[in-house]
Design a protein around this ligand. Structure first.
Ligand SMILES: NC(=O)c1ccc[n+]([C@@H]2O[C@H](COP(=O)([O-])OP(=O)(O)OC[C@H]3O[C@@H](n4cnc5c(N)ncnc54)[C@H](OP(=O)(O)O)[C@@H]3O)[C@@H](O)[C@H]2O)c1
Length: 335
């Protein structure tokens, strides 16, 4: 079988497609024939060596993918041979609250990832995916979608009505928009691109603020008719957090998810204290959350937005395209 391998820290240039031995299906494991994958910004961070330390090298990259169960060496726990499934980003975070041991192992990070023709795992590490989605659409769910879901509905104060802020036109923010609108929330987004904002409006965005020429966009939101937000889905990190705090109401909440604009070295906690804002880190989600999210996706028929699909043989091009940062929606790879 063929698999991609790279050396974390040596960049995408170190990624090679090579012929390997088919994986042995150990007792308790099943064999998955991969069908489609989707990329996350995190896959670039892993390649460039900016995502944790002590990752295996060489490493099969990529956390997100769907495949078909083709063989088993165990009970299938309700799954069937031939069934299409997704693998969990954190194989050991089955349910309940996050702990260090549940998140120690992550696909395409501390554990070998999925960008291979065949992979093995335990039945307890997979979820069935909504049947109305294409392979590529289903492959977008394990990281970006689940992170947005966790921030919006799980590790948060649930309220019947909320005003949400999202940052940019990336994978997590688009899922956050789609889920928030499905829950009846109002959503405002900032983006450096009017084109992105127009596209987000087609997906239900209530208000959009162009941020490139408006460095004080947080104040703009505060003074706008939309007003301060209850809950911000914060993806920019050091470059956006100060304005996100400006845009968030007293007693509101900020889910800290991403560092697109860097992690920064200086931080002034005073406005957070004086506005009594709750800062909550979010790290993808559990398998139980994944199943709940899939139920809503199925019920509300939410279609992930795909920017483009590359062939398996062209995976390098998919990574290079992601690194340019001009995409809107998910970048996928398909067999
Ligand atoms: N904590 C977690 O569990 C978790 C899970 C998934 C992702 N993440 C993190 O969340 C972030 C977003 O991930 P993603 O997969 O959604 O990424 P993505 O799809 O690559 O998002 C790209 C979008 O982000 C916006 N952007 C890029 N650079 C920016 C900057 N300097 N400041 C503000 N916005 C910027 C751009 O939107 P516009 O051009 O429209 O402005 C761009 O289209 C990343 O940092 C990722 O590592 C964390």
């Amino acid at each position: 079988m063929k698999a991609y391998k790279l050396n974390p820290g040596s960049g995408i240039e170190s990624m090679n497609l090579s012929e390997c031995l088919a994986p042995v299906i150990e007792p308790g494991k099943i064999l998955i024939k991969m069908l489609s994958w989707s990329l996350n910004y995190r896959d670039l961070l892993v390649a460039s060596g900016q995502y944790g330390s002590g990752l295996p090298s060489p490493l099969v990259p990529v956390s997100d993918g769907v495949g078909e169960i083709v063989e088993t060496n165990t009970e299938l726990n309700g799954f069937k041979i031939g069934q299409r499934i997704a693998l969990s980003f954190f194989p050991d975070w089955k349910e309940s609250l996050i702990t260090a041991s549940k998140t120690k192992s992550s696909l395409g990070g501390t554990k070998q990832g999925l960008l291979a023709e065949l992979v093995t795992c335990a039945p307890s590490e997979i979820v069935s995916v909504p049947t109305f989605l294409t392979n590529e659409e289903a492959a977008t769910l394990p990281c970006a979608a689940l992170t947005a879901w966790n921030a919006l509905f799980e590790t948060t104060t649930n309220l019947p009505e909320k005003k949400i802020l999202t940052i940019g036109g990336g994978g997590v923010s688009i899922f956050a928009l789609q889920f928030a609108k499905s829950a009846g929330y109002k959503v405002i987004a900032i983006s450096r691109s009017m084109h992105h904002l127009n596209k987000l409006k087609e997906l239900g965005l209530d208000e959009g603020i162009e941020s490139k020429n408006n460095p004080k966009w947080g104040d703009t939101i505060r003074k706008s008719a939309f007003g301060e937000v209850d809950h911000a889905i914060e993806l920019g990190g050091a470059s956006t957090l100060p304005q996100t705090i400006r845009a968030t109401r007293v007693g509101g909440e900020i889910s800290l998810i991403g560092v697109l604009g860097g992690s920064g070295t200086e931080f002034n906690p005073l406005p957070i204290i004086m506005k009594s804002i709750r800062l909550q880190g979010i790290f993808v989600g559990s398998i139980a959350m994944f199943n709940k999210m899939n139920k809503m996706i199925e019920e509300k028929k939410i279609k992930p937005l795909i920017d483009c699909v590359f062939k398996f043989e062209d995976a390098h091009k998919a990574f290079e395209y992601m690194a340019k940062g001009n995409h809107l929606g998910k970048i996928c790879i398909s067999m």
